[in-house]
Design a protein around this ligand. Structure first.
Ligand SMILES: Nc1nc2c(ncn2[C@@H]2O[C@H](COP(=O)(O)OP(=O)(O)OP(=O)(O)O)[C@@H](O)[C@H]2O)c(=O)[nH]1
Ligand SMILES: [Mg+2]
Length: 226
């Protein structure tokens, strides 16, 4: 085994230990955790600006908003939804690992929220390989990115249970066929749920809320199972 492969295995194994510890902690606390992954600029933060106030009507929410540089996304979410968002600045790292999450939680204003939503660094490849202890990965793809993204980047579409199509208000201005995008996602992952949204108009956001409520019910059943 080469030294590079050996070191990678150690790093992954350490990450998976932290992720398992976090998942256990969240299951005990009844916190439902999702990890949002997409290309840069697909609309993760915009979705959260719309989604978090709706979830807050019935649940406590904490957001960890990651970026290579700047705390802009956490500031945007705080402006839309109050002091429920913390930044994680990765200083050039192209994905979050579980240690980033564990360290960010030390400063959490709500230690055991009903929902913890992690906005990963904008990248469709690397974040999909790192377990953060989340209950589900959610992939976003905007209509401007092309119908073929599930076929070109199958890893994240295989590992996600929900694909959020974003920016549907732009469909009239793009040469995009959403039916083909959805068919490609189902080719890669026949079980993936799909919600079509617009952060501009607010269309479809309730579908994401419903998905998260259903996930919470599932995780609650699991955490109270003997
Ligand atoms: N028309 C339209 N624009 C959108 C929509 N969602 C996001 N945008 C715009 O797209 C740009 C990127 O949106 P963000 O929410 O910052 O995307 P992001 O995925 O969080 O980006 P990173 O965190 O940098 O990866 C911004 O200018 C948004 O205003 C949408 O549904 N419709
Ligand atoms: Mg963002």
């Amino acid at each position: 085994m080469s030294t590079t492969v050996a070191i990678r295995k150690v790093v992954m194994s350490e990450n998976n230990d932290i992720a398992a510890r976090l998942r256990h902690r969240w299951d005990e606390a009844g916190t439902t955790v999702v990890n949002l992954i997409s290309s840069p600029g697909s609309g993760k933060t915009r979705l959260l600006e719309r989604l978090v106030p709706k979830l807050q009507q019935s649940h406590s929410v904490l957001v960890l908003a990651a970026d290579c540089q700047t705390e802009n996304d956490a500031e945007r979410i705080r402006a839309a939804a109050g002091s429920c968002a913390l930044p994680i600045v990765t200083h050039g790292r192209c994905h979050l690992d579980a240690r980033f999450v564990e360290e960010a939680l030390v400063n959490a204003p709500t230690p055991n929220p009903d929902f913890l939503i992690i906005e990963n660094v904008g990248n469709l490849v690397c974040p999909s390989n790192w377990d953060l202890g989340e209950h589900q990965k959610i992939v976003l793809v905007s209509v401007t990115e092309g119908e073929d993204k599930p076929l070109k980047y199958p890893g994240i579409f295989t590992r996600s249970r929900l694909m959020v199509v974003t920016k549907t208000d732009l469909v009239p201005y793009c040469d995009v066929d959403i039916d083909t995008l959805i068919a490609n996602a189902h080719t890669v992952n026949p079980k993936i749920d799909i919600v079509q949204t617009s952060g501009r108009t607010g269309a479809g956001i309730d579908g994401v809320v419903d998905h998260l409520h259903a996930l919470k019910a599932m995780t609650r059943e699991r955490s109270i199972a003997p």
